[in-house]
Design a protein around this ligand. Structure first.
Ligand code: PLP
Length: 419
């Protein structure tokens, strides 16, 4: 008879939890459910023809190189190009500081491995990206919330986090809030971080997805020696390529490289050469422009649906003007007092951060929403500390404008139903 095996798990697994978002995404995948839940880019935006052409070129011209091990730092020409592109955004960076990673998720993991000990403090925005919390959890740190106001993390609040090993921030088209920090707030945050001696981890996978004007320069341009910067091809090309990059100050780079070697030696050679071949073909600027136009229209469809079906309105539109509300106006009453929802118009990225009326609980409402045929992610999934139960993350990336309208209408019907 076989002896049952008892696995002795490492202490660090105590903080590992199944992701709430992944669970919801599975349910959202059911036929008949309109998903406003996923953070996935729209598959229709994948540059399939350009990638096919690039694949053929790699396969024809360099098959042996493309199938071989490569440098842990990543493919040289791709690193050079990234350094140049980042310099154009205001960073002072050379290719030696660029490390190609297996998605920016790996960047989060490597930086956590390098800078966090069990019990040390990592500061995060509230709310923040769930995947970052998952990556940090493996190092068993104390997670402390960097208090935020409408403009983003409050510079004065960093004083309470003095001694933190790291503050993780997404200044540009934040997941889940869609928020983009002003140049003034960026400068004030960096000044506070310098003063308190807290290094910053800047995560910027959505920076290229701006709708009207480019966002202010990254934090890394303001404090090159105190910021590790993460970027990704996931939202601008295709996430399945698993191609991201980090930019580290020279003092940190060698250790990050060793952490990368220990993790996976290097990111897939073929994918790196494929993306470089695609960039060399020269279609990237036009592709980015088309992408921005597509997501701008998606954002507008979401805002229009919100104005049409939900009572409430924009707290503070970011970027360009919000499309005109329907004739009866954005504020409605459904018998009795106004059941007001709140949202902002994001100026880039993939998300709207909705606040349901007082008394609503987004997590508790989800089973009914799924049964009615619409999925969203309850905001509670994105908080390290006390959540705002009324918050909902809505993605406008993958649903069609008609589905977005129908999904928001279903949500409005649920909110109107007596509870
Ligand atoms: C803020 C943020 N950081 C990192 C990632 C991970 O992206 P990647 O596919 O590059 O690993 C995501 C993915 O959704 C994200 O939203």
């Amino acid at each position: 008879m076989e002896t049952p095996m008892t696995w002795q798990l490492a202490q660090r697994t105590r903080r590992m939890n199944p992701s709430l978002v992944r669970g919801i995404l599975k349910l959202a995948d059911r036929p008949g459910v309109i998903s406003l839940a996923g953070g996935l880019p729209a598959p229709s935006t994948f540059p399939i023809e350009a990638l096919r052409e690039a694949t053929e070129r790699v396969w024809r011209d360099q098959p042996q190189h493309a199938l071989q091990y490569t440098a842990s730092e990543g493919h040289g020409p791709l690193r050079e190009w990234l350094a140049e592109s980042l310099c154009a955004q205001g960073l002072r960076v050379t290719a030696d500081q660029v490390l190609i990673t297996t998605g920016s998720q790996q960047g989060l993991d490597l930086v956590a491995k390098l800078l966090l000990d069990a019990g040390s403090t990592v500061a995060v925005e509230s709310p923040t990206f769930l995947g970052a919390l998952q990556a940090f959890a493996m190092a068993e740190p104390q997670v402390a919330e960097w208090a935020c106001d409408d403009e983003g993390p409050r510079p004065d609040a960093l004083m309470a986090l003095r001694g933190a090993r790291l503050a993780y921030v997404q200044p540009t088209f934040h997941n889940p809030t869609g928020r983009c920090l002003s140049a003034a707030r960026r400068q004030a945050m960096v000044a506070a971080a310098q003063q308190q001696g807290v290094p910053l981890l800047e995560d910027n996978p959505y920076g290229d997805l701006w709708f009207d004007a480019p966002p202010p320069p990254p934090l890394a341009s303001l404090w090159p020696e105190g910021v590790v910067y993460l970027g990704s091809f996931s939202k601008v090309l295709a996430p399945g390529l698993r191609l991201g990059y980090l930019v580290a100050p020279p003092a940190l780079y060698p250790k990050l490289l060793q952490a990368k070697q220990a993790a996976d030696l290097h990111t897939a050679t073929f994918n790196q050469r494929l993306v470089w071949a695609l960039i060399e073909q020269g279609g990237m600027p036009a592709h980015l422009q088309a992408l921005r136009g597509f997501y701008r229209a998606q954002r507008d469809a979401m805002l229009h649906a919100l104005h049409t079906h939900l009572p409430g309105g924009c707290e503070r539109p970011q970027g360009r003007a919000v499309p005109d509300p329907p004739p009866e106006g954005g504020k409605k009453t459904w018998g009795g007092p106004a059941l007001s929802c709140e949202w902002q118009s994001p100026s880039g990225g993939l998300f709207v951060w909705l606040r349901l009326p007082e008394g609503a609980d987004a997590l508790a409402l989800l089973p009914q929403a799924l049964a009615a045929g619409v999925a969203y992610v309850p905001g509670a999934a994105f908080y390290a500390g006390e959540p705002d139960a009324r918050r909902v993350r809505l993605s406008f990336a993958t649903a069609t404008p008609e589905q977005i309208d129908a999904g928001i209408r279903l949500l409005a019907t649920l909110l109107k139903a007596p509870r």
